[in-house]
Write a protein that binds this ligand. Structure first.
Ligand code: THG
Length: 259
């Protein structure tokens, strides 16, 4: 399971302030702590509302994270200028987070993935939003996979994200996301990888940690291969490890069971 830390995000006050002050120390602290806690990659997002400063902020933030880790960076930006600035500043391996199914976005972002040798997250949504059911998400994923391949990007470099919505706002979407994770895997052989932003599920809810660590095993059971989460949540990280043993993805089960 690829564990992508969600914490380098300007949405969090301490990170937003560090970006404003161009102070790498809080970023370095988060990155070092989370790498020790089991992060395998870092989502890097300057946060909302930065307007025309976003590309410069992203370039700085990528530099600050790279000062503390050699792990891959998942450059998370809604606009192509900020994405380009993040990729240009990156020396670590990169994952583009993300393209949607909108033709203009795919035409801009797939060539960036080729240029930088990046993996790329494909969100199954377009200008009309997120399709309501699993089949429509899988159909959209198929179109995205074909388009990626036309750009010379192999299925192994693509990660599909069905987009997790808050359970408070869209309770019917939980099982649809699980089913979509399953459907994505029959689109190619070997199966394309899948990813979600786990904390989205508990946005606006109380008892967030319990919701997150209950939803995760359902997704892993459906074949999820990567997840954006908070590695500082120790119980959640224990759940990840336990999922991997129970899904027969790790060899250390005898040691684990003896503990
Ligand atoms: N898919 C992909 N990328 C993503 C997401 C996704 N990137 C962003 C997001 N979703 C994943 N990262 C987060 C980070 C923080 C929170 C949720 C998801 C979060 N933050 C709290 C909140 O908003 O209430 C706290 C913020 C604060 O302290 O102010 O929940 O789905 N590909």
């Amino acid at each position: 399971m690829l564990i992508i830390s969600e914490s380098v995000n300007g949405l969090f006050k301490s990170v937003g302030r560090a970006i404003d002050d161009r102070d790498p120390k809080p970023i370095v602290k988060i990155v070092e702590r989370q790498e020790a806690a089991g992060a395998n990659a870092f989502d890097v997002n300057v946060g909302p509302g930065r307007g025309k400063d976003a590309p410069g902020d992203m370039a700085w933030l990528v530099g600050a994270v790279q000062g503390a880790t050699k792990l891959p960076l998942c450059i998370d930006a809604p606009d192509t200028e900020t994405m380009a600035a993040g990729l240009a500043a990156a020396e670590n391996p990169t994952i583009i987070n993300s393209t949607t199914a909108e033709p203009a976005k795919m035409d801009a972002l797939f060539p960036m993935a080729v240029e930088h040798g990046s993996d790329i997250i494909c969100l199954t949504m377009d200008e009309k939003g997120v399709p309501n059911d699993a089949d429509s998400r899988a159909e959209m994923a198929m179109v995205m996979l074909m388009t990626a391949m036309e750009h010379g990007i192999g299925a192994e470099r693509v990660l599909f994200d069905p987009l997790v919505l808050p359970v408070c706002a869209a309770q019917d979407q939980g099982p649809k996301v699980i089913e979509a994770i399953r459907s994505f895997q029959i689109l190619s052989n070997p199966a394309p990888r899948t990813v979600v932003g786990l904390s989205n599920i508990s946005n606006g809810a109380s008892g967030r940690s319990l919701i997150n660590r209950t939803f995760l095993p359902m997704l892993v059971g459906a074949g999820l291969s990567a997840v954006i989460l908070d590695p500082d949540d120790g119980e959640l990280m224990e759940t990840v490890k336990t999922c991997e043993v129970l899904m027969d993805r790790k060899l250390y089960c005898t040691d684990y069971l003896r503990d």
